[in-house]
Design a protein around this ligand. Structure first.
Ligand code: SAH
Length: 351
């Protein structure tokens, strides 16, 4: 490792911040030695706050119907080869019931932007889950909605909202989304979510088409300033029915490097080792935890719909029952000296 790399690593650790040019330089000049130095620092920061605990979130994929047409996404509107589904209220409640029995204390309702899920309908589902399981946290990941909608869902009992910003560069955003979808609106949604009182998650895909280190530097600067409670990053993986089917996938190596950098930027952040990371490498999620992540999100969706929620090719965990997924992840975490804990797993700040 050269002096300059050491200088950047120390500055990042001491100030939790680099300039845009320095972030870019850190990425461009990275080596395996630098990656392991940063991973070591990331892991010790994370252990000082969260010990060796890994939080679990039970993911319920409520609908693959979407009005948007994001170029990268397998369930985009113009993909005619998807068998569309939406879960009934009763299905969602029984997934949560099953999850609760398995020890989950956080549920994530994720889906496409499906107009069938009106505020009234969602509020009813949220209230039902919270009444039956008052000791759980409820996270929504349902895309862009109006301020009124975010407020109504929050008042009904939702605690957290995940809305990846996808890229912090406006021009890059346009290359990933059709006209009609707006970078400004997505960023505005994140601000509204925070103002409303949610714990908020942003995030982006690593190696998304047309992404360069300059764009990633902007993502890191955005994360540094916004200080999200949660940050979802995973490799881009092409889906065979999208415009980006021939684009290369993001790498395990860069994703893990970025997990370490993000942990050092904001030590308290809740950082998942994503399913996409587990998809590009059989031990991807373990590697993510060892780079600084502290959350895993096993799938609780009914097995009958899992294959239909295919955002990218070869998504893992689409055949197993929920209980098997939990057992498998818990064994994986044990194998690297970490322990899955069943609690709401809220962010621990001010450390
Ligand atoms: N409709 C919701 C949920 C989107 S799915 C929303 O708009 O927020 C959750 C995330 O999956 C997306 O934010 C995106 O970053 C990621 N994703 C979509 N397609 C992907 C692909 N081909 N490879 C990897 N990640 C993908």
């Amino acid at each position: 490792m050269n002096e300059r790399q050491k200088y950047l690593a120390d500055k990042l650790e001491n100030e939790h911040s680099l300039s845009l040019a320095e972030y870019e330089e850190l990425l461009v000049s990275r080596t395996p030695e630098l990656a392991s130095l940063l991973a070591g620092r990331a892991v010790s920061l994370r252990k000082s706050i969260y010990k060796n605990h890994v939080y679990v979130r039970g993911l319920i994929e409520i609908s693959n119907i979407c009005k948007n047409d994001c170029y990268y996404c397998g369930i985009r509107k113009s993909n005619k080869n998807v068998q569309r589904y939406r879960l009934e209220k009763e299905d969602i409640l029984s997934c949560a019931e099953e999850g609760y029995r398995l020890g989950f204390r956080t549920f994530v309702l994720q889906g496409g932007e499906d107009a069938f899920f009106t505020d009234a309908y969602l509020c009813d589902i949220i209230r039902n889950i919270k009444e039956r399981h008052p000791d759980t946290a409820l996270t929504l990941s349902l895309g862009e909605r109006s301020r009124e909608s975010y407020i109504a869902l929050f008042e009904a009992g939702a605690d957290r909202y995940l809305l990846r910003h996808e890229t912090a560069d406006k021009e890059h955003y346009k290359k990933l989304h059709p006209v009609g979808m707006s970078y400004d609106n997505r960023m505005e949604c994140l601000r509204i979510l925070r103002e409303t009182g949610y714990q908020v998650g942003c995030g982006f895909m690593v190696g998304s088409p047309f992404q360069t280190y300059a764009e990633i530097a902007k993502d890191l600067k955005f994360i540094e300033r916004f200080k999200p409670d949660m940050c979802g990053i995973g490799p881009f993986i092409p889906h065979h029915d999208t415009c980006f089917k021939d684009m290369p996938a993001g790498t395990l190596e860069l994703t893990c490097f970025l997990l370490s950098v993000i942990r050092i930027i904001y030590p308290s952040v809740l950082l998942p080792a994503t399913t996409a990371l587990g998809t590009i490498d059989p031990r991807g999620r373990e590697r993510g935890i060892l780079a600084g992540a502290n959350v895993v999100m096993p799938n609780l969706s009914p097995v009958s719909v899992r294959k239909k929620y295919e955002l990218y090719d070869n998504k893992i965990c689409t055949g197993e029952e929920s209980a098997e997924c939990v057992k498998c992840l818990s064994d994986r975490m044990k194998s690297i000296g970490y322990e899955i804990v069943t609690s709401r797993g809220d962010i621990i700040k001010n450390k």
